[in-house]
Design a protein around this ligand. Structure first.
Ligand code: PMP
Length: 310
């Protein structure tokens, strides 16, 4: 995303009220800023003829509430109220193609670590957005297996989408970028493939899609679930199992997927060319079906789209 592309005109939903972005003032000692104790979501909304279509908002709000529950944060809003907050914020900002960032944090500037009894604030921000990997996404991206291991649920709750978890992603992606790669692939502590810094991973071998299972050390992405569902509907076999590192090098195709990344073909891992070094045929089919689905053109899943009119 690079430098802020947030204009002063943007409105942020802050504990139930829409206020200009420039008027949000957070004290420097705020607990979540100091200790990484925020929880968040990343949601996409795509242009429609009458405004914008938010993709799988219900599922994102469910995960947001689950993250809050894991950390004992009482958000003070239920799933429907949070859903409405996102719809209201997208409508107020009138940005057709955007990334939506619900964020809840410990809004307290005392320096003690425990969150007990501390105030929780909830915000929703909307950012104009197109693509995370830019032109590299079409060409295919180059990935480096990280020397850092993925955190696991004996260290931190991995199904909570919490700010602090991203330090693990940051060291890994920074290492990969320093070496000239676009993205990292992180192994779990037991040496199997986990995920990217902010994406799940699939490989394609002999016409089948393979991705780490629900019991692996990965965030169970909503895009991952979307792809498993639509790939099965397209009659692809999808296998959920542990993946060894060397299987990456021999894969016919690899792609990363996430709300921001969508379906991003991987054409190189650690300097080894994947397939013929171009976005693979099955990856392209899945990517096309994903684009159709998020744009509201998949008749099988009208419930995944929430229209905002403006
Ligand atoms: N893994 C990690 C670590 C992530 O940050 C993300 C992005 N939220 C994903 C996977 C993909 O999740 P989703 O498809 O829900 O965006």
């Amino acid at each position: 995303m690079g430098e802020s592309n947030f204009s002063n005109k943007n409105m942020v939903w802050y504990n139930g009220t829409l206020i200009p972005y420039k008027d949000v003032k957070i004290p420097i000692l705020t607990h979540s800023l100091q200790y990484g104790s925020g929880i968040f979501e990343g949601i996409r909304s795509y242009p429609s003829s009458s405004g914008s279509n938010v993709f799988r908002l219900k599922e994102h709000m469910r995960r947001f509430l689950n993250s809050a529950k894991i950390y004992g944060m009482n958000l003070g809003y239920n799933q429907e109220q949070l859903f409405d907050a996102v719809i209201e914020t997208v409508g107020a900002n009138k940005i057709k193609s955007c990334y939506i960032r619900p964020f809840a944090f410990i809004d307290d500037d005392s320096i003690s670590i425990s969150t007990k009894g501390k105030k929780v604030s909830v915000t929703v921000s909307v950012i104009p957005y197109d693509s995370i990997f830019g032109v590299d996404k079409l060409k295919g991206i180059r990935c480096k297996v990280s020397s850092w291991k993925r955190l696991n649920s004996s260290i931190l709750p991995i199904q909570a989408k919490a700010s602090g978890n991203y330090l693990n992603s940051i060291v890994a992606v920074n290492e990969a970028m320093k070496l000239g790669y676009n993205e990292t692939i992180i192994l779990s502590g037991n040496g199997y493939i986990a995920e990217g810094s902010g994406e799940n991973i699939f490989l394609v071998k002999d016409g089948k899609l393979v991705t780490p299972g629900d019991d692996s050390d990965v965030l169970l992405g909503i895009t991952r679930d979307t792809i498993i569902t639509i790939a099965k509907e397209m009659d692809f076999e999808v296998v959920l199992r542990n993946i060894h590192r060397d299987e990456l090098y021999n894969a016919d195709e690899i792609f990363l997927c996430g709300t921001a990344a969508e379906v991003a073909p991987v054409i190189d891992v650690d300097g080894n060319m994947i397939g013929d070094g171009k976005a693979g045929e099955i990856t392209s089919k899945i990517s096309g079906a994903y684009d159709k689905t998020v744009n509201g053109d998949n008749q099988k899943h009208p419930d995944w789209i929430s229209a905002v009119e403006f």
